[in-house]
Ligand binder design. Structure first.
Ligand SMILES: [Zn+2]
Length: 817
């Protein structure tokens, strides 16, 4: 009776099969209580729910005798698959059925069989699908945008080739992995050169960009590199050549190489005064007004072994001024005595307190207090317990001990405040020439750096008479060379503690001024300046007097730094400064520091200036490369915080932000490539002189190239030219940017007004990225002009005037003309 369903029943059955959604939505069971003969409410209602519980709905095989039976299934509203095939006893069709529906059909005589096997694993499929879907959803979120920052190849060390790549992902998390693949030159297959994973560069907890930790050695110069992200992003960019700028070789009689040993500050200062005497027509010595504290220390002695019983004394006079003559003895009287201090000349004797048995009862604290309370003794020395200890331990007797400043330099090194001297070089030293300030050895242990400054001065002076290029430099510029910006610390580094970085001035309180702390005293002179300083809340300096980056008690507390400020104020024609440090091979510029919270840097230089710095760096670093092929890496070129760290209160920032002086930093001593291991090796502060000498030669070349850059700036009368370039357009907007034929800033208006220096300035779209793109959503008349770093304005336009010879172009937006 396969056709026994009544019309009413059929209608109800159809309703039952097509209503599950309604039922699932909680509507009252439409069919409940109906009179349908074959379909009871409870069979229909609960069991076919497209909700969370699938209740066994399955794709079941149904075998019917003929097409008429298939038609009946359709008429019943059975959810049939389109699939059918002939079987021995008829036609097999597949129906989506709940158990109740299956029972019902069976009740109607249909041959409902088993489930289609591959459809059985609903739960497993569902789980699999959930996983896949969530992965897909995450992938959609993850798909990142890659911004190429730099992709360069260069040669270094024995003409080996290296590849450097920097790419920024819009995904900032640590799971994002970027992989670079490159070819072997023009026309070669992508990937034929090699592949490598980039490192994630973070600073102060903030993602910066991805890069190679070290440039990768490559056999062929790649033409293109593709970077792919694990998040799905991908970008392909051309690989450009870094450095290797062709420079005119020096004249045939150009002389160089004037240093043959590491020189202490006394020697380098004598050297430049000697040069001034030899070349009086084109030089003069500038005595900087603030004397240093001097290569000198108070004399000290320490008594005791355990912290509680230990104390130290420090002479009130410097060792060289009598402190070294003071002595202290701790005696134990034979009979019971009270603590007693006596002074004869510069010899201090403490009679320790003893009890009836002759045992000492004086504690370290009692001795300290007695010494400091005695007028005659405290005129000679001050006493202190050990590093803040209470000093409750008993003191032992000790023979007379001479206090000493411990300084080991020969007497030829003065113990008096040091007269810092700069050598001023220039044919016309009347302030009319662009000034350049070259200074070296702010950090004492960087022994190569004063050699760089001395070599530069010698090259300039000894080639002036016969080398035309040198003559132009000296004729057109006003050069100030300060070979050692930290003479006291440097003397200490040469004779006492070679790793001394700071100056020698001890700002520590007595409790952290014990003799064993002597190598930790001093102020980091490159953290004591007044811009972006520790005192302003910037990062990379310390208030701890024993820290390697101690900022000092206040901004510009140190005479060495006040001298730098004095020089740049006294000679306002100074437009460029180069602060030469070691080591690592860096070329850097402001900003040099940031606030830790949010990594907020000092204001970044504007786009035109940044581009100018990059262009200058190519010239300067190509000169460094001339000596022995050393390339300063692109990854070690740029604003200090982009490539190194934050250095609160450094001198380049002082010069740039306070006086508009372009303040650059060198770190001489680039890592050396070891072909045997395929690794770069750092050179350190005091490499063997053969290496230090090479570094001095190559970076003196760099300093002279800075002078060439400064001279080009001084003589730059060429006006920049610019173009507006539309980079994208759709129905409702247009995007454009500007290009300039030399580094220059672009000022523009979008409202049809006359552009001035107060108009919008084209900015960078991000750290190490190019110019921003400007989007307008209506047809816009853009007015603009460009200004180069030397102040030349495009077309001679006067931004403060009234003439209208600025640049102008209409940017069309479709449907809006
Ligand atoms: Zn340094």
């Amino acid at each position: 009776m396969r056709s026994s369903l009544t019309g009413v029943g059929r209608a109800r059955a159809v309703a039952a099969f097509v209503l599950p959604v309604v039922l699932a939505l909680g509507a009252s069971p439409v069919l409940a209580g109906s009179a349908a003969p074959a379909l009871s409410g409870e069979e229909v209602v609960p069991d076919r729910q497209p909700s969370t519980a699938q209740d066994g709905v399955a794709l079941l095989r149904v075998v019917v005798p003929d097409q008429a039976a298939v038609d009946r299934l359709n008429a019943l509203g059975v959810d049939l698959a389109e699939y059918r095939r002939a079987v021995d006893d008829g036609i097999e069709v597949h129906a989506v059925l709940s158990p109740g529906e299956a029972r019902e059909l069976r009740g109607k005589g249909f041959d409902v069989r088993d489930a289609v096997p591959n459809q059985a694993g609903f739960a497993a499929n569902q789980a699999e699908r959930r996983i896949a879907m969530s992965a897909a959803a995450t992938a959609a979120q993850r798909d990142d945008t890659l911004t190429p920052l730099r992709a360069e190849w260069f040669t270094s060390t024995d003409d080996r080739r290296f590849l450097s790549v920097e790419v920024k992902s819009s995904a900032t998390d640590a799971e994002t992995v970027l992989t670079a693949t490159w070819d072997s030159g023009p026309g070669t297959p992508p990937g034929s050169g090699g592949t490598a994973t980039l490192s994630r560069f973070t600073d102060a907890g903030q993602y910066m960009y991805h890069r190679f930790d070290y440039p990768l050695p490559v056999t062929q110069a790649p033409a293109r590199v593709t970077v792919r992200s694990s998040r799905g992003g991908s970008v392909t960019v051309p690989v450009t050549k870094w450095l290797g700028e062709r420079r005119t070789p020096p004249g045939r009689h150009y002389v160089s190489d004037f240093v043959d040993h590491y020189m202490d500050p006394t020697e380098v200062t004598r050297r430049i005064t000697g040069l001034a005497a030899e070349f009086p027509r084109i030089t003069q010595v500038v005595d900087l007004p603030y004397r240093t504290n001097g290569y000198r220390r108070a004399a000290q002695a320490q008594f005791g072994t355990a912290p509680a019983s230990t104390f130290h004394v420090t002479s009130t006079a410097y060792g060289s001024q009598g402190g070294n003559d003071v002595s202290l003895a701790l005696t134990r009287p034979e009979t019971a005595s009270a603590l007693k201090v006596s002074v004869t000349g510069k010899d201090v004797v403490v009679g320790l307190a003893t009890d009836a048995s002759g045992a000492i009862t004086s504690t370290a604290r009692q001795v300290v207090e007695a010494l400091n309370a005695d007028p005659a003794a405290s005129a000679l020395l001050r006493a202190s317990t050990y590093r803040g200890d209470r000093g409750d331990g008993l003191v032992a007797a000790a023979p007379a001990t001479r206090l000493t400043d411990g300084l080991k330099a020969p007497q030829s090194v003065s113990r008096e405040p040091f007269q810092m001297k700069a050598l001023r070089i220039g044919a016309k030293r009347d302030g009319s020439r662009v000034g350049v300030f070259l200074y070296c050895q702010e950090h004492a242990r960087e022994w190569v750096t004063p050699l760089v400054c001395v070599e530069t001065a010698e090259r300039l002076l000894r080639n002036y008479a016969h080398d035309p290029r040198t003559r132009k430099i000296i004729d057109d510029l006003d050069i100030f060379v300060l070979p050692t910006a930290n003479p006291d610390g440097a003397h200490y580094s040469f004779y006492d503690y070679n790793m001394q970085r700071k100056n020698m001035t001890n700002h520590c309180p007595a409790r952290s001024a014990d003799p064993a702390s002597r190598n930790s005293w001093g102020v980091d002179l490159n953290r004591n300046f007044s811009v972006g300083s520790l005192f302003d809340g910037y990062s990379g300096a310390s208030s701890d007097c024993t820290s390697a980056v101690f900022a000092g008690p206040a901004e510009l507390s140190e005479p060495e730094d006040r001298n730098q400020v004095w020089l740049t104020r006294k000679y306002p024609n100074i437009r460029f400064a180069m602060n030469t440090h070691s080591y690592g091979g860096y070329f850097m510029w402001p900003p040099g520091s940031y606030k830790e919270a949010g990594r907020e840097t000092l204001p970044r230089v504007d786009l035109g200036t940044e581009n100018y710095f990059w262009e200058a760096s190519r010239h300067i670093l190509s000169a460094v490369q001339e000596r022995r092929g050393t390339a300063i890496w692109p990854g070690r070129t740029g604003p200090v915080p982009d490539v190194l760290y934050s250095a609160a209160g450094n001198s380049a920032d002082e010069h740039w932000y306070n006086r508009g002086i372009i303040g650059w930093d060198f770190e001489v001593g680039a890592d050396l490539y070891d072909a045997a291991t395929g690794r770069f090796q750092p050179v350190g502060f005091q490499p063997p002189f053969t290496e230090g000498h090479e570094e001095a030669m190559e970076f003196s070349g760099g300093q002279i190239a800075i002078l060439e850059v400064a001279r080009a700036y001084a003589n730059d009368r060429r006006r920049p030219d610019s173009e507006l370039k539309v980079t994208g357009r759709d129905d409702s907007s247009a995007t454009f940017t500007f290009t300039t034929d030399e580094p220059a800033n672009v000022y523009y208006t979008l409202d049809g007004s006359r552009p001035t220096l107060n108009s919008r300035k084209l900015v960078s779209s991000g750290v190490r990225e190019g110019a921003q793109r400007i989007t307008v959503n209506r047809t816009t008349e853009v007015h603009w002009f460009s200004v180069d770093v030397a102040g030349n304005v495009e077309r001679g336009y006067r931004p403060g005037g009234t003439d209208r010879n600025y640049r102008s172009q209409r940017v069309e937006v479709r449907g809006n003309r």
